[in-house]
Design a protein around this ligand. Structure first.
Ligand SMILES: Cc1ncc(COP(=O)(O)O)c(C=O)c1O
Length: 435
């Protein structure tokens, strides 16, 4: 289907003049899409759908990089925001919304005995690291996954420009699903590590025993175990991956889906450790901003009543199965594989077969956009996607997009079928980026 992106192109040119990258987030920037054959600016959303500045409509499987868990313009969350708006946004003292929300998190998240709020996921992960360092009197950190933009983490990636080497030296990576790599680090410096932080699940599920082994190692070396549940939280299970897999960390970071799009995050954890929050500096102007707190309370209440993680898992399992069949029918299994958990399906280029992964991913993205689906490698799901017409339209779009990909791959030079620039990935910490 022919779509115009002229208004996106014009806005992009204009924004580049005053905004480096013309975006606030790498994952929403031109480099993350097939520039020239994709929208760069959206205007509005409703349910599972968004409209770009050229008037094109899409079913959205990005969902603002995962915050939108109920759907755009959810009536209950929006009503809670409006009602709070009548009373005010930011106040000179705390409001009753703070214990109200904290108590909900304590109820649903296994490790949560106390809670502090932030705005971004990075606030919560960085608070956990500072707290762990203060509590243990140690400096080193072991990481596995993506944990945000702050120095202590981003220094471990290829995008470490601007991070001092002395800071970089304090963070070490270990491999998800390989507890030996963590043991190796801890054993070599038994008194050195303050925290182990990992995404308890991203695209790959933890193998049986892995999270338990990490827990045991942290206990043995007296290291604080932090689960980064920014993505898993409220999606895999209301109480996060720790509730799903039955392994309880000392601290955990939640964010993204917590407020259905409002900027809010939380660090939660054991009372004894969280009490040290009173001694470290984690303190910001907008920590108690009331619209986000009201939105989070309404979001969590609705997720609970609707049993949203169950619905999302069921929908994801169905989409994985159906898309998998379509890939098989078109003999694209060498180039594409369907993976991820049911709560977070992924359609990933394998790097095998007739073309390189960047070309395959770019072609698929281009074709999906042409047929009305906005998606990264992952299918980020909301309650609003669990709807017959949304699912039906999605599967038709996949049929057509995969036809387009198959057709391109029959050519000598599949990249010649790109109508814009191929994707330019920032760095890979999983097989797909979420931030
Ligand atoms: C697992 C994980 N941790 C932390 C973050 C950082 O969150 P934010 O971008 O809200 O600072 C992200 C963001 O994508 C994430 O996916």
């Amino acid at each position: 289907m022919k779509r115009s992106f002229d208004n996106s192109g014009a806005l992009y040119t204009r924004a580049l003049n005053t905004i480096p990258l013309a975006s606030q987030t790498f994952s929403k920037a031109a480099m993350a899409t097939v520039e020239g054959a994709a929208p760069l600016f959206l205007e509005r959303g409703d349910g599972a759908r968004v409209w770009d500045v050229d008037g094109n409509e899409y079913i959205d499987y990005v969902l603002g990089l995962l915050p939108v868990v109920l759907g755009y313009r959810d009536p209950d969350v929006d009503a809670a925001i409006r009602s709070q708006l009548e009373r005010g946004i930011s106040f000179s003292l705390a409001t009753d919304l703070e214990p109200e929300l904290a108590e909900r998190l304590v109820e649903i998240i296994p490790c949560a005995e106390m809670v502090r709020f932030g705005k971004n996921g990075s606030d919560a992960t960085s608070a956990a690291i500072r707290l762990a360092r203060a509590y243990t009197g140690r400096d080193r950190i072991a990481v596995a996954g993506y944990h945000g933009w702050h120095d202590w983490y981003i220094g471990t990636t290829a995008r470490h420009l601007g991070v001092p080497q002395t800071v970089r030296d304090l963070s070490s990576k270990f491999a998800f699903n390989d507890a030996n790599t963590l043991e190796h680090l801890l054993k070599a410096d038994p008194q050195g590590f303050a925290a182990v932080i990992l995404e308890p699940m991203a695209l790959e599920a933890p193998e049986p025993g892995f999270l338990e082994a990490v827990r045991t190692l942290c206990d043995r070396y007296e290291v604080i175990l932090v689960f980064d549940e920014i993505v898993t939280g409220f999606r895999i299970h209301l109480g996060g991956a720790q509730a799903e897999f039955g392994v309880t960390p000392d601290l955990a970071a939640f964010g993204k889906a917590m407020g259905n799009g409002m900027p809010i995050s939380a660090i939660v954890g054991q009372r004894e450790i969280m009490r040290h929050m009173e001694h470290i500096f984690f303190s910001g102007t907008f920590g108690g901003e009331a619209l986000s707190l009201a939105a989070a309370i309404a979001t969590i209440d609705k997720l609970r009543v609707a049993q949203a993680p169950k619905v999302i898992n069921k929908l994801g399992a169905y989409l994985k199965e159906e898309i998998g069949k379509k890939i098989l029918e078109r003999s694209l299994t060498e180039e594409l594989s369907v993976g991820g958990g049911d709560w977070w399906p992924a359609v990933v280029a394998t790097g095998q077969g007739r073309s390189d992964p960047v070309t395959v991913t770019s072609l698929l993205k281009q074709e999906l956009i042409a047929w009305g689906v906005l998606s990264g490698a992952t299918l980020n799901l909301s309650l609003a996607h669990a709807n017959e017409s949304v699912v039906g339209e999605t599967l038709i779009a996949y049929d057509r997009a995969l036809d387009g990909l198959a057709e391109a791959l029959r050519r000598n030079n599949p990249a010649s079928c790109l109508r814009g620039k191929p994707l330019r990935p920032v760095f890979q910490v999983r097989n797909a980026s979420a931030g």
